[in-house]
Design a binder for this molecule. Structure first.
Ligand code: SAJ
Length: 420
């Protein structure tokens, strides 16, 4: 079967390569000509995918294209394009519907289409199916439509595309059977569920579970702080419970393009059904308020030293949304920088993975990452550890900086280190 993967990002590219490595003819589709060109020349643009892997699979028959007309040759179409939020924090399916619209003229009976992008329950049935039926295709008879959420964890050596169980829901039983046959070629375990809605909801539960539990430990951190209790010691002690406790760590807030976003896909759809998801929404409020907490704790620590935030030189350590990644989407560091600047602080940032401050929808500061040397550290009134990249030299930071605000429990203890 000739496989086509649409969207060659951190989800689509590993999936396309895995199919090619399993011996399938694979065509990768992306609207970004630079991605297409890089792949066809054996280069990788994802830090966790080595160029050798791209080169080997291109030699094995994988190729990339931007020409959607080539879809006519495909037996299976897998869509892995982004599902972000709109300005009004509502689902933005434009990449998904745009891809399907582009595909429509090139579809033919006998093909299967699988949506992998995270989305609200009902998308496959209510949005994709009607689009496909405009081409006179009869789903389950001469065309197969399924939903199978992605669970890629970039760089995770233990859980790869092949070893992560893959949930799959079909519009009809025949669609599900086609989906199982398709994915069993590239993953060890396919988990069939009774409908595409079930599969869509499964993914949302997985990620909302994380969001609300992170919100819980963030709120517990604030309570513990007021009580003079070290929340990290509490969590480590609670984690000794051998069953029924999953460890989450408090932090400066929720970043990334999944965990802060996915709850909105559910709550938006729930509201359409007249259901109020105040528990999930409250956890979002707690997580979104964490940057305020970090700024408040910074102000308190500077005040202790007779320094107002206004006019202070502050160094932000880490701009990416979590350690050892270069992605800064929804990163709490951005919100913290914006608040500190608004209060009159002079702010620099240092992040070995993020050389320049990314263009953002809401903010754009013309900042470059500064290199850390022991000498330069003494020029700052305070440094805030927002993202605990492994590259940072935590001993030097603690020894050379007047005041440190630690949001990740990663710095050595010291009189000059305050938790936030
Ligand atoms: N975070 C905390 N405390 C935690 C865990 C995370 O504050 O205990 C913060 C992180 O700093 C980050 C945000 O939450 O800002 C999200 O972190 P994440 O570890 O959930 O990482 P993501 O955003 O890369 O989530 C992805 C998800 N994968 C998919 O959607 C396929 C998620 O389902 C995975 O569980 C997660 O990776 C993972 O475990 O690496």
């Amino acid at each position: 079967a000739h496989i086509g993967v649409f969207g060659l990002g951190y989800v689509g590219l590993p999936l396309a390569l895995a199919f090619a490595e399993a011996g399938y003819p694979v065509t990768g589709f992306d609207i970004d000509p630079e991605k297409v060109d890089a792949l066809n020349h054996g280069r990788s643009y994802l830090s966790h995918i080595p160029p050798t892997r791209v080169r080997d699979t291109t030699q094995a028959g994988f190729r990339a294209t931007a020409d959607v007309a080539e879809a006519i040759n495909l037996d299976a179409i897998i869509i892995c394009v982004p599902t972000p939020l709109s300005r009004h924090r509502e689902p933005d399916l434009s990449f998904v519907t745009g891809t399907v619209q582009d595909l429509l003229p090139h579809l033919k009976p006998g093909q299967a289409l699988s949506l992998e992008s995270t989305t609200y329950p009902g998308t496959t049935e209510e949005v994709l199916q009607p689009l496909l039926e405009t081409r006179g295709l009869t789903i389950g008879d001469d065309f197969f439509l399924l939903y199978s959420p992605e669970r890629e964890d970039p760089g995770n050596a233990q859980f790869t595309t092949r070893t992560i169980p893959k949930v799959c829901g079909g519009t009809t039983t025949a669609c599900l059977e086609v989906g199982q046959a398709l994915y069993s070629g590239v993953v060890d375990t396919v988990v069939p569920v009774s409908s595409t809605k079930t599969a869509e909801m499964t993914k949302l539960l997985e990620n909302i579970y994380r969001a609300v539990n992170i919100g819980l430990v963030n709120e517990m951190k604030i309570v513990a702080d007021k009580m003079g209790i070290n929340i990290h010691e509490v969590i480590d002690a609670a984690a000794t419970k051998p069953f029924g406790f999953t460890k989450f760590t408090p932090g400066p807030g929720l970043g990334g393009h999944c965990i802060p976003i996915d709850p909105y896909y559910l709550t938006w759809k729930a509201r359409e059904h007249g259901i109020n998801t105040h528990f999930i929404e409250l956890s979002g409020e707690v997580n979104r308020a964490m940057p305020d907490w970090v700024v408040q704790k910074t102000a308190d620590a500077l005040n202790e030293r007779g320094k107002p935030i206004k006019g202070s030189k502050i160094l932000i350590l880490g701009l990416a949304y979590k350690k050892n990644v270069s992605d800064s989407r929804e990163s709490p560091a951005v919100e913290i920088i914006a608040q500190l600047k608004a209060k009159g602080a002079m702010v620099d940032y240092s992040d070995p993975h993020v050389p320049t401050f990314p263009k953002k929808r809401d903010y754009h500061f013309d900042m470059q990452s500064v290199d850390i040397t022991p000498e330069m550290l003494s020029h700052y009134d305070c440094a805030i550890l927002v993202t605990d990249h492994d590259e940072f030299d935590y001993e030097t930071l603690q020894a050379q900086t007047k005041l440190l605000i630690d949001t990740r429990n990663r710095l050595p203890k010291g009189q000059n280190v305050s938790q936030a």
